[in-house]
Design a protein around this ligand. Structure first.
Ligand SMILES: NC(=O)c1ccc[n+]([C@@H]2O[C@H](COP(=O)([O-])OP(=O)(O)OC[C@H]3O[C@@H](n4cnc5c(N)ncnc54)[C@H](OP(=O)(O)O)[C@@H]3O)[C@@H](O)[C@H]2O)c1
Length: 213
């Protein structure tokens, strides 16, 4: 798959490197420092390159949107027309202090994004795992019981792409249903962040749901 990364910080940078290591072609974009994009490309290997957000989005089979909520408009404007594209969002709609959800309860950031780019196929994924865990999960991907990542979308193709990419980086994907379930996923992401970043603990936190009987 050809994957465009919009936002190359803790989430986009790490997931982009792992997507490339899993065999995908990756284009990194939307860092303020070209040297950072070049370093990620180096880490990712021969299947990776850098470009503008428009170059990353154009021709991509899937786009990972990994920016702070406050940068959403800017990155979408730079990316251009996303009609028909599968857009995975790991964004949590937080205020500038990074502590409060600015969209919640009756709505979600993923639904707001889908209204903003109505011709795109939006899927919410990866919000619920701290980026610190990604490389360890990838290294342990041969284990029979992998940690979960929940995802949700109204689009069948987007759901299939998300499940495949979640699996490629070492998680066991859990289809949580339609996009409005992001109303519960995004607060759950706040819980996992709360647990991951509690004082004095190791932030490499993952989760796994078990169904008995
Ligand atoms: N970090 C996590 O573990 C985690 C977990 C779950 C969900 N999330 C969500 O994932 C999304 C991305 O989080 P992140 O931790 O990957 O963020 P991050 O490390 O700050 O990365 C954000 C990216 O956006 C880029 N960017 C470009 N212009 C920017 C500007 N004017 N101001 C700020 N950033 C700008 C940054 O550029 P530079 O490279 O120049 O900094 C960076 O590449 C957020 O919505 C967050 O809530 C994060």
């Amino acid at each position: 798959m050809k994957i465009g990364i919009l936002g190359c910080g803790r989430m986009g940078g790490k997931l982009g490197v792992l997507f490339a290591h899993a065999g995908h072609e990756v284009i990194f974009s939307y860092s303020r420092r070209q040297a950072k994009l070049d370093d990620l490309t180096h880490q990712a290997g021969a299947r990776a390159s850098t470009g503008t957000p428009a170059e990353a989005a154009n021709g991509a089979d899937a786009i990972l949107l990994a920016v702070y909520w406050s940068q959403l408009e800017d990155v979408l404007r730079q990316a251009g027309d996303l009609s028909g594209k599968v857009v995975l969002t790991c964004c949590v709609p937080l205020d500038p202090s990074d502590t409060q959800l600015v969209i919640a309860h009756m709505q979600s950031g993923a639904e707001a994004l889908a209204r903003r780019i109505p011709q795109a196929k939006v899927v919410a994924a990866f919000q619920t795992v701290p980026s610190e865990a990604f490389f360890d999960v990838f290294a342990a991907r041969g284990r029979p019981e992998r940690p979960n990542v929940v995802y949700c979308s109204n689009d069948a193709e987007a759901r299939a792409v998300a499940a495949s990419l979640i699996g490629d980086v070492g998680f066991d994907p859990v289809d949580a249903g339609p996009l409005h379930v992001a109303r519960y996923i995004e607060p759950f992401a706040m819980l996992t962040a709360q647990l991951a970043y509690a004082p004095g603990v190791n932030p490499k936190l993952t989760y796994r749901f078990e169904r008995y009987g």
